[in-house]
Design a protein around this ligand. Structure first.
Ligand SMILES: Nc1nc2c(c(=O)[nH]1)N[C@H]1C(S)=C(S)[C@@H](COP(=O)(O)OP(=O)(O)OC[C@H]3O[C@@H](n4cnc5c(=O)[nH]c(N)nc54)[C@H](O)[C@@H]3O)O[C@H]1N2
Ligand SMILES: Nc1nc2c(c(=O)[nH]1)N[C@H]1C(S)=C(S)[C@@H](COP(=O)(O)OP(=O)(O)OC[C@H]3O[C@@H](n4cnc5c(=O)[nH]c(N)nc54)[C@H](O)[C@@H]3O)O[C@H]1N2
Ligand SMILES: [Mo]
Length: 790
């Protein structure tokens, strides 16, 4: 099946045999978007066997009366007439609206042990899950189970353990309504064990911004991008992960705004973009430049880079070449002098060594900043998945505060979120840290005493499973086994559960890691009609984007199977069954715990959210407005809810010790710093296909992008096959075998490969300071000749 240059275990998508014969690496000459995007969309609609269905539902994506695109959390413009085309949005919708189905016959044909040998693509590509299934150890197969029996089984298991031994994971696709019910249930049941994907994602952004500004969310609206004079883009790849953002960046570039990019890789979407909806451009074959300035720092070098920009700015202030926003700084901030002293005490040599950028480059970036009246900074995983991410986020905030670029039109901070409702999930209470105000509000509303001990986050949850301190695992979406670090270890941890419950749309590896009992509870997707109540009324759910806009989402397709239930209905079913066993009737139905009534009409869930979560006044009425509404963000009004009432300049040391020495300085001994990132053909752990068009990779995923100098130094060549060996702790060896080397424009000492294949190399011990986020963008590795090919 594979050609001789490929390791045989590098299973390529069976459904695309064409590609298995032609793995190919060739630079991509075109712009992002353009015809390549249109062609790719056609292929993906076809592959999912439902081009018509797909395209009809696509027209309802991100429309006022349609459903929210499950692709990303970028904001929606005023969709009144035309549909905003996004290649990867189409892939996400096509993947969900596929005609393929996983039925009880499928599970009868394949044992779980057999399915464990399948790759991620093949598992999900079987199609939509269709009915609840329960694992039967005797036959090693999943077998059908009724919904009520499934709920009873969960209830029985939960009732038998201390609530802190149960884990309630959430992936960021759940609606506000589902997420609210889920966290309420976990807390009434008795635990704050609410780990979520945010723990692996933007945790550092929330923490850093809260410490600096009193609020953990972005301060910009989409309209601000129309007024910015400069947009600094740190550590993100919007051409793949937030394609609709390219439209906004492009419009800004067209009207002359500077786009200043910091990225170790030259990402095509940040260089040139052709808008597939611009007919003239498409016919002419034109495209538009995105970045006006493109800097390639070392992995983890952004804090030093920002400090360099600040150092240059302070020099300009002294020379009379830059005037900071003194009125703002004097009245509304604190800590500037200490930060300035720290910046001035940091010498250029150190800044250059750590950032990998020269003083001239950073001075040029500073000049752009100084000359711009309105500055926006955006960032994503290139900033948040490092050891020193919280400090880096705060350094970026410092930079913007200097010019008063917070709470002003056309300026502000924009952490670009990942999952389409990950921000909303936090807003409505998915937070293992159990904020006091939230517990107070829930207690007041429901007349119950709720736990206040913080619960497990994603990383500590794995430790708890490993040590047998937790043994019931419930996931509202996601793919915990693949998304988390140290794959063999995490899989083994899940394999120790008494019960593993996965509420999912598609089959994935997390369904196959089983201790004693396991359940697959299939749910409706965003694109599908959600009918509830005695009359089967179609329900809408709500989501919040990166700009804190809350809007409605209504599915438009017939469900993949009549047996599917909605996420709120499944959560309510589990809650009702469980609390009936664990609580007295008075407590379980209590002052107002009306699970069934809530699910009959989601307006009632929203009334609960309104009563408990600040900012949701008149929720139902405002949700029915055309574009929904913006949640209040005090920092946007320059109200800083910090202890002093002022925005706080952070004042942290550059992270030499943790990052620089540990990783970059071990280069001589053959160590490289690996970032694990997304290809253009995947959604997190969901692999749509084996191409990464903009990076020139076709028909394969096991590639390692590496600098030519490093290749030479290590005596290796482009095209060689190597095994990646990670750090070992104790006798735990970490490896990921059989990767093909690709010589690539990346700073020396740094390399890149796709996640989730590289997660076996990410140590659970290596987490962000304060954020506990796995350091997926700074993994120490060595290369060995591939033993599979020997
Ligand atoms: N199509 C698609 N869309 C998605 C997703 C998907 O998988 N597929 N995932 C969603 C989710 S959950 C998220 S969180 C977002 C992720 O969106 P991104 O953050 O764009 O995702 P990554 O692929 O991890 O890319 C990290 C980018 O940061 C750069 N980078 C890495 N390390 C550093 C560093 O130290 N400094 C700097 N300056 N840059 C660095 C990398 O070169 C790369 O361009 O996308 C969301 N949208
Ligand atoms: N090495 C490395 N690891 C990483 C990252 C990295 O950059 N590098 N990124 C991290 C980040 S930013 C994130 S956010 C996490 C992502 O972690 P998760 O959110 O846990 O993973 P996903 O791959 O998004 O989840 C995919 C699964 O979600 C289910 N699903 C899809 N749609 C729905 C739905 O509507 N409802 C329900 N209930 N289920 C649905 C499907 O069954 C599918 O298999 O991974 C993290 N892990
Ligand atoms: Mo994410």
């Amino acid at each position: 099946m594979s050609d001789s240059s490929l390791p045989t275990d590098d299973t390529l998508p069976q459904a695309e045999p064409r590609k298995t014969r032609h793995p190919r690496i060739a630079p991509y000459p075109g712009p992002a978007g353009g015809w390549g995007a249109l062609k790719s969309v056609g292929r993906h609609l076809l592959h999912n066997q439902s081009p018509l269905k797909g395209s009809r539902s696509l027209l309802a994506t991100n429309q006022p009366e349609g459903f929210d695109c499950p692709g990303c959390a970028w904001g929606d413009p005023n969709h009144e007439s035309s549909f905003e085309f996004c290649e990867n949005g189409v892939k996400a919708v096509a993947w969900e609206t596929t005609a393929k189905r996983v039925t009880r016959r499928f599970f009868a044909q394949h044992t779980v042990s057999e399915l464990r040998d399948w790759d991620d693509f093949r598992l999900e590509d079987q199609g939509r899950l269709t009915e609840p299934m329960r694992y039967d150890a005797g036959s090693d197969r999943y077998q059908p189970i009724g919904w009520d029996d499934a709920f009873a089984l969960i209830a029985e298991q939960l009732a038998a353990i201390d609530p802190d031994r149960a884990l309630f994971y959430t992936s960021g696709r759940a609606s506000n309504e589902a997420a609210y019910l889920y966290q309420l249930f976990a807390r009434v049941y008795g635990t704050n064990n609410l780990p979520d994907c945010s723990n692996m994602c933007h945790e550092a952004s929330g923490l850093g911004m809260t410490a600096s500004l009193g609020v953990g969310k972005g301060t910009v609206s989409l309209e601000d991008f129309e007024h910015a004079d400069a947009i600094f883009v740190f550590g993100q790849n919007p051409g793949t992960n937030h394609p609709r953002m390219l439209g906004d960046l492009r419009r800004a570039a067209e009207r002359g705004a500077a786009i200043v990019t910091f990225n170790p890789l030259r990402e095509r979407g940040l260089e040139r973009f052709a808008d597939p909806q611009n007919t003239r451009e498409m016919l002419r074959g034109g495209s538009h430049r995105i970045s006006s300035h493109y800097f390639q720092p070392k992995l983890g070098g952004d804090m030093a880079a920002v400090r360099g920009i600040a150092k240059a700015l302070f020099a300009m202030i002294d020379d009379g070449n830059y005037t900071p926003d003194r009125a703002f700084l004097d009245s509304l901030t604190e800590g500037l002098d200490a930060w300035r002293a720290r910046v001035e005490a940091t010498d250029w040599a150190r800044i250059e060594a750590q950032s990998g950028l020269g003083r001239d480059d950073l001075t040029r970036a500073a000049t752009v900043y100084a000359q711009s009246r309105r500055v926006i900074a955006t960032w994503a995983m290139g900033i948040t998945q490092h050891v020193h991410s919280v400090d880096t986020v705060r350094e970026i905030v410092n930079l913007l505060l200097l010019g008063g670029h917070v709470g002003r039109e056309g300026a502000g901070l924009c952490p670009v979120r990942g999952h389409s409702n990950v921000q909303g999930n936090r807003t409505v209470g998915i937070d293992e840290k159990a904020p006091g105000w939230l517990i107070d509000a829930l207690e007041a509303r429901y007349g119950l005493t709720l736990p206040r001990r913080p619960g497990h986050n994603t990383v500590s949850a794995i430790g708890a499973l490993e040590r047998g301190k937790a043994n019931v695992f419930i996931a509202l979406g996601g793919n915990f086994a693949r998304a988390t670090p140290d794959t063999p270890r995490t899989e083994a941890a899940l394999g120790r559960t008494r019960l593993n419950v996965q509420i999912s749309t598609k089959l994935n590896r997390s369904h196959l890691m089983i201790g004693e009992e396991a359940l697959i509870l299939p749910c409706l997707g965003r694109s599908e009609f959600d009918r509830q109540g005695p009359d089967g009324d179609v329900q809408a759910v709500s989501v919040e984007d990166s700009m804190s806009m809350v809007h409605a989402s209504r599915g438009r397709m017939e469900p993949a199977s009549a047996a599917l239930r909605s996420e709120p209905a499944i959560v309510a079913g589990i809650a009702e069954a469980t609390l009936a066993l664990t609580h007295t009737l008075r407590e379980a139905t209590g002052q107002a715990l009306d699970w069934r009534g809530w699910v009959d009409d989601y307006d009632r869930i929203r009334a609960e959210i309104e009563a408990v979560i600040p900012g949701f006044e008149a929720f139902n009425a405002r949700l029915r407005r055309h574009r929904g509404f913006a949640l209040d963000n005090p920092a946007r009004q320059r109200r800083f809810v910090t202890p002093s009432g002022k925005a706080v300049f952070s004042n942290a040391e550059l992270p030499d010790a943790v990052m620089h020495q540990r990783l970059h300085e071990r280069r001589d001994a053959g160590w490289l710093t690996l970032q694990t990132l997304r290809s253009h053909d995947q959604y997190n752990t969901t692999v749509y296909g084996y191409d990464d068009r903009y990076r020139g990779v076709h028909g394969q995923r096991r590639v390692l992008f590496i600098n030519a100098e490093d290749l030479e130094r290590l005596g290796l060549r482009d095209g060689d096959w190597v095994d990646l060996v990670g750090e070992s702790h104790g006798d735990r060896e970490r490896r990921a075998d059989a990767f093909r080397l690709v010589s690539y424009a990346i700073p020396a000492g740094c390399c890149a490969a796709y996640y989730p294949e590289t997660n076996p190399l990410v140590p659970l011990e290596s987490v962000g300071i304060g954020s506990d986020t796995p350091t997926s963008k700074a993994v120490a590795i060595r290369l060995e000749p591939s033993r599979r090919l020997a």
